[in-house]
Structure formats: C-alpha cells, structure tokens
Design a protein around this ligand. Sequence first.
Ligand code: B3K
Ligand code: ZN
Length: 890
Amino acid sequence: MREGTAPLVRREDYTAPAFWIKTVDLTFDLDPAKTLVINKMTVEPNPGQPGAALRLDGEDITLTRVLVDGEPVTFRTEDQQLVLENLPQQPFTLEIRNTCAPEKNTQLSGLYTSGGGFFTQCEALGFRRITYFLDRPDVMATFRVTLKADKRKYPVLLSNGNLVEEGDLGNGRHTAVWEDPHPKPSYLFALVAADLVRREQRIVTREGKEHLLQIYVRAGDLDKTEHAMNSLIASIVWDEHKYGLSLDLERFMIVAVSDFNMGAMENKGLNIFNTKFVLANPNTATDVDFGNVESVVAHEYFHNWTGNRITCRDWFQLSLKEGLTVFRDQQFSQDMSGSLSARAVKRIEDVRTLRQLQFPEDAGPMAHPVRPDSYMAIDNFYTATVYEKGAEVVRMMHTLVGDAGFVKGMDLYFSRHDGHAVTCDDFAQAIADANPESELAKRLDQFKRWYSQAGTPRVQAHGVYDAENRIYTLTLTQTCAPTAGQPEKAPAVIPVAMGLVGMDGRQINLHLEGRLDPIGHNTVLVLSEPSQTFTFVHVPVEPVPSLLRGFSAPVVLETELGDDALFALLSHDHDPFNRWEAGQKLALRRILSAVHGNGHIELDARFIDAMRGVLRHPELDAAFKELVLTLPSEAYVAEQLDVVDPQRIHTAREGIKLQLARALHTDWEWAYESNHDTGAYSPDAVSSGRRALANLALSMLVLDAQVRHNQVWPGKALQRFKDATNMTDRLGALAALVNAHSDLAAGALERFHAQFKNEALVIDKWFTLQVTAPEHEGKVFARAKALMQHPDFTLRTPNRARSLLMALCQSNPAAFHRTDAAGYVFWADRVIEVDAINPQLAARLARAMDHWRRLAEPYRTAACEALKRVAVRTELSDDVREIVTRALQD
Ligand code: B3K
Ligand code: ZN
C-alpha cells in the first residue's frame, strides 16, 4: 500500500523491452520469516535499443547484492525498480540476491505461506515480489530452480518442469532441483514447499508418450481428488482430439491451497488451485461444485497451449488467453455433458452468468473494452468482460467460420505464433486468414471493434408479414450507448442465428430473397450496418421470429413479440435456448409490471398454465425445467430499469415466486416425488438435473407451507436434510428451510455446522447460505453482522471473506441496500479493513457499489457518501483507489 495515485498504464505506450532475459537460475532458501533468493540470469541487450538502462521490477523485497559477470556494480533503486546503467553490449550474467518475508505476505501475491506451507501466485505482477526481474509477459526465459527447506515441515518441494535432482542437506534440511525446458514469462513461475499428500496416475497419450499426472492436497483431502483427476484426463483427451494439442510435459501437477485470491493458476506444469476448484466428493461438494471443478481443471489445462505456449505480449492482451480459454472450457463442458438438451443447459448457464456479471459491468463505471486501453491496477481487469465477453467474441468468430474453419484457424495460429508473446489482432488474423472466404475475413477490421469498443450493443428487430405475397421482411437495427471515454460507437458485426416458427409450432423453411435454394430451418444473418433488412420469400403463414438462437452474439435483443408469440416460442421453438429465453421474457414482464405497479400483480392463468406445461412436460429434461421455472434474478431485473429500487424489485419477485409456489402446488409435489431419489451419487447431467429440479420443488413447497403455517413440507425438508446421502440434496433441503425463514432452520444450521466443522469449503457454504437468504424484516443483514463475530470467520482467507462479504454485498441486493444506509456503512468499513490485508480482495468487494448512480433515493445519496468515505482516505491500495475513483467519476 502506498500513498498517492499510481499513474495509468496505457496500451499505446507499449515498447519492446531494452533487454531479454534468456535463462534464470533461482535458488530459494525457504524460511517463513526471511527467505533468501539468489537469482542468476543471462541477459541480452535488445539491439534495437542500444545503451539503454536495465530497469528491473521489484516490490516489498530487500536487495542485498548485485553482480554483473561476477563483479559488483553500482546501481540505484527508484520507484520500485532497480536501475542498472552502462551495461555490456553483449550477453552477460546478472546475479541478484534478495530476501522476502512470505509469512507477512497477506496479499497472496508473490511467495506466501498458507496452512504452514509455501505457495506462489505470480500472475500478473507477483514475480517482482519474489525477486528483481523484467516482470512482463513478453520476456520469456528457461528456468532452473533449486529449493532448500526444512525436511519435516516441507517434505514436498515442487516447481515447474522436471525434477532433476533431490538430496539431503543435513541439519534436517533437504533440497530439490527443477528444470523447465519451455521458455516462459515470469508470471508462469511457481513453487510449492509444503506437507502434502498426492494422488497420481500415469497416462499414455495418442503419440505414445507417457506422462505422470499428480494432484497434491493436505492429508485428509485425498478422498476428494478423484473427480479432479478424471477431469484432467478428460481435458487431455479432449484437447488432443478436438484441436490436436497434446501434453508437452513429462509431468503435470496440480496443487490445492486454501488461501488463494482467484480460482486457479495455470503455471507451467504446476497449476496451483484454490481448494474450492479441486476438492470434490459427494459428501462435501454439490453438483455445481463438481461442474466447476471439471471446468476449472480443464480451463487451466487448456492454458498450457492457449496462454503458455502462446502468451500475451502485454497485459492489455489478456483476453487473448482468457477469452479463448474460457471459450475452450465452455466447449469442453458442453461436449462432456452429453445430450443436446444438456448442451443447451450449459449454454443457458453461461449466458446467465454473462448477463448477470458482464452486462452490468459494461453499463457501469468499470465498462472497458475486451482489450482495455488503460489501467491503474491490472488485477482489476481480470473481469467478466475480458473473460466472458472475450469468450463470446471467440464464439462469434467460431460461428462465422464454422467449427472446421475454426479448428483450421487454431492450427494456423499455432504454426505462426507458437513460443511467442502476441496480441489479440494476431489471433483474429490467424482465424480469418485460415478462412479467406468467410464473413469474418470479409469484415475483419470491423469485426475487431468487439475488441476495442466497450458497451453492450442493442439490436432491435421489426418484422412485417405480407400475407398476400407470402413475404416476411425482418429489419434489424443496432445501437450502442456511450461508455466512459467512448462517446460514439461504430456498428459491430453481429451474427444473428435465427429461424422462423409458426404459431402452431411448425418450423418454416427459410428462403432468402435472391437465393435459389431454401436454406433449411436455421441460418445466420450477419448484421454489420446500423440497420439492415432481410427478406424471406415463400413464407406460408405469419411467422414468429426466433432470433439470436443459442445466444449467437453478446447483445441485448429487443423484439416486439407479444405474449402470444412468446408463449408459442416457449412451447414450440426447436432452439432450447430461445425456448428458455421466451419463458424468462414472460416472467420478466410480469415482475416488471409488479415493480412499476404497487409491488404486486395477480399472475395470469395463462402464464401459470404455461409454467405447469413445462414442469409436467413428458420429454423435457429436468435440468431444463429447473432453468425455465427459476425466475430472472433480482440483479437481472435491475438491469432492465433506469432507476433501481432494490426493495421494490425484491418484493415484486418474491410475490410472484410465492404465487407460483401456490398455484403449482400439486405440480411441485409431483415434480419432487418423481425426482427426489437419484440413487447412488453421480454428477452426470441427468442426475444433477433431477436433483436441481427436486430442490427447486422442495423450496417452493416449503415456502408455500411457511406462508400457510403448515409444517408438513418443512418437516419433510428437515427429514431430507438429515437423511441426505450427498451434499446437493442436503444443502438443497437446508436452503429450503433457511430461505423460507422456517422455525426449523436454526436447529438444522446448527447441526450442519457441527457435522462439517472440519470442512472449510462446507463451512463457507454455511456462511453464504445464511447471508443470501431472501431479506425479511432486516433479519438477514443482522445475521450477517453477527456472523462476522463467529469464531470461524476471518478476513484473511479469501474464500471465507467472500462467503460472507461478497455474498451479502453482491448477491443479496435486498439485504444490502437498506433505507437506513447500514449496508453501505458496513461495506465501507469492510473495504477499508480488507484493503489493509489484501488489496485484490478489497477491490472486488469495492465493486459492489458500481451501480450506485442508478439507485433510487434514498439509496443513491447514501451510497455516494459511503464511496466518498472510502475515496478520501490517503492510505488506499491502487486496486481499491481505481475502483472507487472510477465509480465517482462523472
Ligand atoms: N490466469 C489466472 C488468473 C490470474 C489472476 C491474477 N490476478 C487464472 C485463469 O484465468 O486461469
Ligand atoms: Zn484463465
């Protein structure tokens, strides 16, 4: 933490480094209080910048010695850099000695201790907290790492690459030497020294090479590693099969750590994971956890090619590796899920995340392009925009060139850039060049606006049917609201996958005017002008357009469809995504009219019948039913409004939920009875879908019973909670009681805590569940404050801090936004408190106030005051300062 404001780093200021570091030989004498680092590098001057000074980054470390070609030299340190001048004009060796204090490193960036072991996190700028270096991704070196540590306390010593030496040093100490043959940027460096156990497996890949896969965890967690190992093997097989990319390492290791700022990290050959995304067994992890483990293991593994073999030239290009790798992990999870319907479920979940996190980001003070132009703290730009919208940009390229074309594009990308640090432009160019006839190649420059323009485009659709001539004309118009620093937006290239559906459900053959042949039931229209009209001929009946099928572009689609048309799509559309979307639109309309009215509307029989129709449908999958019958979230409803009153939205949504609970009572009973028993646990799509639907049904039944003062369903829920044989069912039953504020909840919560007190990840769920319950008379907020005093609560472990703070401030609007401003006071106090410990974590929490400007009074004024209270402090981290300043900027 420092005073004053860090300057903005700008993309346009990029210059190549004045020196290259070719090899690094690191020796660590590990001690929690004072670790000695000896860093020997071979350095080459960049002939393009003769005579330049060498400026190495370093932060929170103590320098003890600098030698050039073995001789002491003069140097100066200035603004967290070590500056060396008058260096040799040919390759030389540079040796740096420094110390650092891992046990004091509460930021969890660089080398830190957790649970008595040593771990590292170097992306983005953590390596400079270990030793002085050119800590930028375009400097790639081969690493040799020697670890020395106490043998009893740290029996396992790991780093990237291959183990080349091990030995005893006497005095109870031992050593290990690791060599990584692949040149890599410093952000991919990792080391672990800890007391861990492992699950391992040898595999032989298609090329006939043998590889050793290992997963390291604390003793006691080994029974939670099978799923991660299976997911890793599945990812290896998938990447070989789909993209021809095989594992390039003899050994691939995953290490779980409980103190970690994000999900996981793709360090070359030594992935370090938040325990939350590795550990899973039926007793402690839910279906959602199983799914997350599978996709995060895959994501980090896929980075081995998209990120590690080809990396980013600078941090503005972050989406080059993140957007692409998210797209790849989404493809993988879809392929793993099996049926067509399960694939659609995965897509719907991904879109829900995008809308819940990225759309609001793009409409608020942190709006930034997928390839940002400037930052104060790069850690603030590991965002939904860079990751999720970035993945949508890759998905649109995939749509425009087709699956085979995309694979060809990836081949070209690797043949051109393997082993290099490149840009988003390089990627798009490779995909386009491999598909010269594609719509992408034809409009590449315009397409790349997706990288440079922030904001969510809005597409308006207007259709006219000429019954006499059997012609349907569809006009699509695009606009995009200004965002900070981008007052004008140019039109984007928007692929609109679509079809036409009759009111009776028939799929209409598409016949575009001017084309000889019909094109089937599906096509992709490419909208690239501000407005374009598409004419379909031979249209036998007035159609309902089913637009943006599968959510083919990250835009807001405004159609003029009335309820009749939406009901038709909900019951008949062949595209499951749009079927779900129609149901959400119908529900949203009703919630919004309740918000605009007095917080209440009477649900119409038609909507209730349609929901019943889906719930009772003989062919639809349970997982899909659960998605359709879940109302749009309060956050998504808020997105639709210019002025947001969180309490009103809450009342409106809860009112409608209760009506659905009541009106469909016997249907919920039926759904529960027919889905609650899924037999021996398996996390597959079908059984997890049935559990999800049973849990939704149970929560509706308990909610309804609670209002009627009937104890039958709460009693059944309690019994199910006690008897459950897996965490999904147990937590589902507990949630039903807690969310309905049942009298039985307190006892169940106590029992749950006692049963799982030694399982940190389960205790996180226990905290979250209590603070995300629907707010009722201020009880949830009061409980959150009380839970801060619980002996198990700590701000030092990010998972635990998030389980309460993020859950309350980000995920429970009605508990957080209070007319007495107590939520905002609580927020400001916690941001300040956490910032002194862990700025990255504090900055995430700070973002809970992003949308203060759209709040209704009295929330708006109170939120602004809270923001100012944080912003005026002199001792803020750059991370938090950037968030609060942007929030307050006009
Ligand atoms: N690349 C890491 C994220 C690092 C975040 C640094 N603040 C995980 C991932 O996206 O796979
Ligand atoms: Zn990633």
